[in-house]
Design a protein around this ligand. Sequence first.
Ligand SMILES: Nc1ncnc2c1ncn2[C@@H]1O[C@H](COP(=O)(O)OP(=O)(O)OP(=O)(O)O)[C@@H](O)[C@H]1O
Length: 523
Amino acid sequence: MAEGGSMESAAGRYQSTLDALSSLITKKSRADKSNKGDRYDLLFDYLKILELDEAISQLKIIHVAGTKGKGSTCTFAESILRNCGFRTGLFTSPHLIDVRERFRLDGLEISEEKFLEYFWWCYDRLKEKTNDDVPMPTYFRFLALLAFKIFAAEQVDVAILEVGLGGRFDATNVVKKPIVCGISSLGYDHMEILGNTLGEIAGEKAGIFKHEIPAFTVPQPDEAMHVLEEKASKLNINLQVAHPLDANLLNGLKLALEGEHQYLNAGLAVALCSTWLQRTGHPIINFNQTGPLPEPFIKGLTTASLQGRAQIVPDIESPGNLVFYLDGAHSPESMEACARWFSLCTRDDNHLSNLNYQPQQHMDEGSKKDTAQILLFNCMSVRDPQLLLPRLMRTCASHGVCFQKALFVPNISVYHKVGSQALPTVDPQVDLSWQFGLQRAWESLMQSDKGVKPSNTDQACEEVKDDTGMRVTSFKNSSVFSSLPSAIKWLRDTAQKDRFVCFQVLVTGSLHLIGDVLRLIKK
Ligand SMILES: Nc1ncnc2c1ncn2[C@@H]1O[C@H](COP(=O)(O)OP(=O)(O)OP(=O)(O)O)[C@@H](O)[C@H]1O
């Protein structure tokens, strides 16, 4: 009894911590202004309040910005240096299920106990010392400050920091003297904040460069590279381009994160780590960028792990014939990378061509399992589905993969509340107009790609309620489910009914969606 009671209070304590954190989420911090540098100087007040200035200057930091691949690059770098024997701290964003995923110590997410300790240490001090002129930090700023506190207190040998958004005005950019900086692949995302051209976006990201601190990037479009070089030369930096990792250097092993684009991220991570080792006086691992990779580098690259990026999870209820392929792509370039990854790995897994797939025609008992691809999609309303969906569908089609059906769902998690392991309850009256828009875009894409004039009127639309009372609105190629659990249930029922078919479900468009799906299917 006493044990149950204390467990409950621990859960209650954790929940109230998440509530305190949620109170820092403001519309403003999401909507745009804070990353335009709005009162950026406040960060220096917070550092003083938390007495972190000196501690940060002691940290040996790798700082990474970019549009795509920041999280993966940081994850590879952490894994490499941990395998070289260093105590590592890794700060990434966003999280998928639990906010503690953002803070890793020695490769593991921070324990609940330590998280609570450092959280309240920072929160209470800030609450006490902030006022109308210096208000409490916004959500991401608080998390970045917390990361600095954790890494300083835990005395990590290396702190690897992923920029949250942009670079110049990101909360992580209070770092004055990192050991090395990296810029991963640049593309179009968050243009409302960072600018409309690749050049402008590159300029914001290059805001993490520091005077004479070595910096690396990956091959970039000319427009972006030109700006990066210009910014670097003003700071007397010799910006170097890290080439994609040569797969032959892995001694026949595979990169731990899947997808061709990961070779770009891995190449950047290798360059960042070898420079970090040199600059921190650890020539133990003598790597000159061209020779064979040192053993700990290979181990790091082939064992790193990051949830929700090209992650494959067989369903626990139907492991034999329902498999989730989860990738949090949400920009046009990453949608293409995700589509290539999904196509290549499902094609490898497949024994039949899935083009114009008709499951009933292949119900030959004893034959190898047939496959069908299904899309489970949502994206946030700041994204343009006209840029994402065609890119996804056409890249898959060019690799011979066609979706039998697309399912559109609302996310469960809500932006203004930091979720815990428990899923919030679903709202049966949720507004689905965004999902209907996605569905219309998908249907007309399917029709136009088949050479049929797009039209919605000649299509049969069916609206039913499932046995949990949730609405399901279907056209020929797609359905809108009014809740994610009801879509997952439909997938499971479909897989149960048709055991001869392996259903391969690509979940993409939003990292929040990925987190929600993982919470549901891992239960
Ligand atoms: N180098 C790359 N080029 C294009 N797309 C990439 C690249 N690296 C990763 N991606 C895609 O972007 C998604 C997010 O990857 P990752 O978390 O490494 O990037 P990120 O820059 O941290 O992005 P986010 O902030 O959106 O998480 C992946 O799931 C993959 O689809």
